[in-house]
Design a protein around this ligand. Sequence first.
Ligand code: ATP
Ligand code: MG
Length: 306
Amino acid sequence: MSDRYDTRETIADLERRLEKSEKVNRALKDRVKRSVRSMDNSYALFENNILLQAAVEEKTAALEIAKNEAESSSRAKSAFLANMSHELRTPLHSILAYAQFGLRDAAPEPEEIRDYFEYIHSGGTILLELLNDLLDLAKFESGKMVFETIDTVVDEIIEATVAEFDSQAAIHHATVVCDSRLGDLTVSLDPMKFQQLLRNLISNALKFSPENGKVRVDSRLDDEMVVIEVIDDGVGVPEDELETIFDKFIQSSKTRSGAGGTGLGLAICREIVTALEGDIQAANRPEGGAVFTVRFPVRVETSVPV
Ligand SMILES: Nc1ncnc2c1ncn2[C@@H]1O[C@H](COP(=O)(O)OP(=O)(O)OP(=O)(O)O)[C@@H](O)[C@H]1O
Ligand SMILES: [Mg+2]
């Protein structure tokens, strides 16, 4: 009896253990399945990563090629512009010189002959200015612009440049004055380029102002920065075009059909100011008219990207 009882106990015990071990077995199988699934997922992820990486590398290489091509065509364009402007300037100089001889030597009669020489001379001068601007921009863009930097009294240049515009302003019954407050502050810069910057801004201010317009050039020192403002009471610039007018060949929608020129002056100004490690911005005045503000540090480390 006791033997049979023991055997039944043992069988029951064995059955329980078997059941338990089957449970453990199932759990283990589940875990293995899950691991395999997660390994599958990881592998798929890994595979995806490799594919993505390859796609990114392919795109990067394609972008690199496109960038190199764009850079080389931009260099070719700048070189073409520089060569073309240079080649065109030489014959243009002779045309201008002969127009001047004509003006000097032509007989007073008939009067038309003098007019013809006058037209040739004024048209040629405009063309020469355009070629000079194109040549300058091509040099800036190719990094070949040479800066002849010397210690310069900034206000002296401002006052001399403002004085240059006296007669042009008088023709339009306009005035150009300056309020220079830098004293004898000296900055190491290229005075010719600095003057080119001022001339562009002042001539714009006059060009886009009505008769009797008032243009003012202010200069001051603000926290180790030279600040120059060219202020006018002209047509101003539409708010959403205050940035784009600095792009090449761009004119504001307010002046496009009016007195504007080629649209290169401000692009050149921005290049000159960048070489001075500064910035230039346009804004509208609440009372009407525009103000162009140039800022650059008193100590320009290097303005010579030769
Ligand atoms: N003081 C200003 N007032 C109003 N608009 C201005 C002023 N200065 C510039 N602009 C606008 O910005 C445009 C670009 O000026 P930018 O000097 O580059 O070209 P431009 O004077 O038309 O031609 P360029 O200077 O090549 O002879 C001008 O055509 C004009 O629309
Ligand atoms: Mg201009």
